[in-house]
Design a protein around this ligand. Structure first.
Ligand SMILES: [Zn+2]
Length: 364
């Protein structure tokens, strides 16, 4: 039976954690991006939630370990074998910014298991919204290549497992990470049953993927929606992207389940991302997601932690996401200070969002 509740109570939301999420300690071959994706990320979130009393109030489930069979529902045997082998060896390079450690396999299987469990709890109507607070992240991992701190694509594997339920045919993914979820987009690029919508910082010179012209392929044409914003995008640009593109696109697609690649590296004080959001934006995103589940009559949403590299801000950011999803009153946090959005950036982003809108509406 499906539920339609506008304001969900605290006990309708669960988080999924596991202390061994910290087993993967990547080596730091360069003082660079890699050093930020460390066990402290999930540890600080759990500690913060404990400190503010949320850990007691929320249902906190322990992530199970995913099976190799589950990994192979999305990834090539070569990718799985490579991760197993280099994890056994205790070191090595699996791809661009994807380094092995002795604890890699354990953490990575638990991160997939956490995502799968988060989806399962929603599909079985146990909770309306769930969040898997696990690492390493997953959205850069493609079918056969780990990269960008990601080894197994947690959200993609969880979706494939959820689709084994008779209640789940169509799934919409909202990827709010600062970076384009190239792995997730690629995995579902020709799949008409899985819609990928990514709002990300686009590097028009260097990166080359994540452009709004990438709209899916074959039967999946129109199901890939990229909203590439210029760095410095503020809350207003994100709200505009949601209202103009994300919400109508998902309403038209009418998913049974909403999956969120929750990236928190869009915060203005993140050391890696270059966007201009604060914790109030995460509250708003939580509200949009809760509202969308009601509007589309989806079973609910499950969120999977992707990036976010300022450990002091991860706890507050997750807290406000939870408050947004639950419809609680938003807590005023210290990071919510007035910041000006560069007018030129705002105008360019407005233009980009209009262009995306005109491209995707052909499929509505
Ligand atoms: Zn990221």
């Amino acid at each position: 039976m499906r539920r339609r509740i506008d304001i969900v109570a605290f006990n309708e939301l669960a988080i999924i954690t596991h202390p061994k999420s910290g087993d993967h300690i990547p080596p730091f071959p360069r003082p660079h991006l890699e050093s930020f994706e460390a066990p402290i990320r999930t540890q600080m979130i759990v500690e913060y939630l404990r400190k503010v009393g949320y850990l007691e109030k929320l249902t906190n489930k322990r992530a199970p370990k995913a099976s190799f069979e589950d990994i192979l529902s999305v990834h090539s045997p070569y990718l799985l074998d490579s991760v197993r082998l280099l994890s056994d060896l205790g070191s090595g390079v699996l791809g661009e910014s994807a380094y092995a450690s002795p604890g890699l396999l354990n953490s990575a299987l638990l991160a997939v298991g956490g995502a799968e469990y988060a989806a399962e709890l929603v599909v079985n109507n146990k909770f309306k919204h769930t969040l898997s607070i696990m690492r390493p992240p997953g959205h850069h991992a493609s079918k056969s290549t780990p990269s960008g701190l990601c080894y197994f694509n947690n959200i993609a594997i969880a979706i494939r497992k959820a689709q084994q339920s008779e209640h789940v045919k169509k799934v919409s993914i909202i990827d709010t990470d600062d970076h384009f979820g190239n792995g997730t987009s690629e995995i579902f690029y020709a799949d008409p049953h899985v819609q990928y919508i990514g709002i990300h910082e686009y590097d028009y010179e260097m990166f080359g993927v994540g452009h709004y012209d990438e709209i899916g392929y074959g039967e999946g044409l129109g199901t890939n929606v990229n909203i590439p914003l210029l760095e410095g995008a503020s809350d207003a640009s994100y709200s505009r992207a949601f209202e103009r593109v994300v919400i109508p696109a998902i309403e038209v697609f009418s998913p049974d389940l909403i999956a969120v690649s929750l990236g928190l590296d869009t915060h203005y004080a993140d050391p890696v991302g270059n966007m201009n959001l604060d914790t109030s934006s995460y509250y708003k995103i939580g509200r949009y997601i809760d509202d969308l589940t009601s509007r589309t009559n989806a079973l609910g949403s499950f969120s999977v932690l992707e990036g976010g590299y300022n450990p002091m801000l991860l706890g507050p950011s997750i807290r406000l996401t939870i408050e947004g999803l639950s419809g609680m009153k938003m807590e005023k946090m210290d990071d919510q200070i007035d910041r000006l959005e560069d007018e030129e950036i705002a105008a360019s982003n407005e233009e980009i969002i209009s262009t995306v809108h005109s491209i995707v509406k052909k499929y509505w």
